[in-house]
Design a protein around this ligand. Structure first.
Ligand code: NAD
Length: 350
């Protein structure tokens, strides 16, 4: 395993390998950049097959957080951590507590939060011995799901797509195919329905599909076919890797804009979408609402209401990325990456 020569190293500022033999902790913290502010990004707990896989994941995710926070205009850098463990282990709380000591030792250079395998209640466990944890369950009123920030950003993004495609953000009668009706996709379906849109939906969980059909008069579609639905916009809100050589050929929608992370199997698929005339909203841009909302815990001067206003600002960001891509003939994914890199470089220079 190499770090400095790793394909995903990308000039990370700091990579820390953390252990605590008393509880069997093995974890990696990757801080990609603090040029714009403290590095912020969630903590993933996953039983990686080996350390190489864990390193590759944390480096990729950490750089992604730098780009997301930069394009979102947040005064935050990018970082991420992975704990190599099964999140169903009965020793989960011990691992989290041991890990949090490593985050605390960084004195705020890196703030951690939730991710796959680590939920808002787990974040409260992390916060028992660490001052640098956000998106904790106890930070919100009972019943509030911070994923709302993300789904609101998704709705704003889809309005921007409508403005780009049709010159109006009115979603009445527009057709959307939503893949995945979980925390984000389910709430996005509600917002689209309330705005008068027509929905085609899929989920591997049949109950969620039935619920959307009855609540939002949605048309159900097989999970294998949802990307190929004859709609205006394909909205991936489940897993990553949905834009591949195979699915690309079958997409009928004029745009792809959804909240799932890492939608492109490879960066070249962004260029391929552009070549086929499909407007693509880079995933890390449209799903930044979650970070914008949850980061109020880091940015003490930002209220929830101000965070919602910031999320509404994604409309202009997304519209301008799509317009710049169209005017320059470059893929929107490249336009967004360049904006992130420029903002980070400016931050480094000051
Ligand atoms: P979730 O687990 O609540 O929902 C995902 C849904 O997708 C589930 O209902 C699941 O059954 C369904 N699903 C799984 N495989 C599917 C398939 N092949 N076809 C159709 N449906 C399938 O997750 P979530 O929090 O809604 O997150 C969804 C995506 O958004 C993830 O990629 C996540 O990384 C990303 N994201 C979420 C947030 C957030 O605030 N929750 C923030 C940023 C990014």
């Amino acid at each position: 395993m190499t770090v400095f020569h790793h394909a995903a190293y990308q000039d990370h500022e700091q990579v820390l390998f953390c252990s605590d033999p008393s509880v069997g902790l093995r974890a990696i913290i990757a801080i990609h950049s603090t040029a714009l502010g403290p590095a912020a990004g969630g903590c993933r707990m996953h039983p990686y097959a080996n350390e190489d896989d864990a390193l590759a994941d944390v480096l990729r995710l950490s750089q992604g957080m730098s780009y997301k926070n930069a394009v979102a205009g947040l005064p935050l850098g990018g970082g991420k951590c992975v704990i190599i463990a099964d999140p169903t282990t009965p020793h989960k709380a011990d691992l989290l507590r041991a890990f949090s000591a490593h985050v605390q030792a960084l004195h705020g250079r890196y703030w951690t939060a939730i991710d796959v395998g680590v939920g808002p209640e787990d974040a409260d466990v992390l916060a028992e011995g660490c001052d640098y944890v956000f998106a904790r369950a106890s930070a919100y009123e009972p019943g509030f799901n911070p994923s709302f920030f993300t789904s609101r950003g998704g709705f704003v993004g889809l309005r921007a797509v409508a403005e780009f495609l049709w010159g109006s953000d009115d979603l009445r009668g527009r057709r959307f195919a939503i893949q995945g009706l979980g925390q984000t996709g389910g709430d996005l379906a509600r917002q689209l329905f309330e705005a008068g849109a027509e929905l085609v939906v899929s989920d591997v969980c049949e109950e969620r599909v039935r619920d959307a059909v009855s609540r939002y008069r949605a048309t159900p579609l097989d999970p294998e076919a949802i990307h190929a639905a004859a709609v205006d916009v394909f909205v991936p809100c489940a897993l990553g890797g949905v834009i591949s050589d195979e699915t690309l050929l079958e997409i009928q929608a004029r745009a792809v804009c959804g909240l799932a992370n890492n939608q492109l199997v490879e960066p070249r698929h962004g260029a391929e979408l552009a070549r086929r005339g499909i407007a693509y909203v880079p995933d890390y841009v449209v799903n930044a609402g979650g970070m914008m909302g949850a980061s109020t815990a880091i940015l003490n001067d930002l209220t929830r209401e101000q965070a919602l206003v910031r999320i509404d600002g994604l409309f202009d960001t997304i519209l301008s990325i799509l317009e710049e891509a169209k005017a320059s003939g470059r893929p929107s994914s490249d336009v967004a990456d360049a904006r992130a890199e420029q903002r980070i470089a400016r931050g480094r220079a000051t």
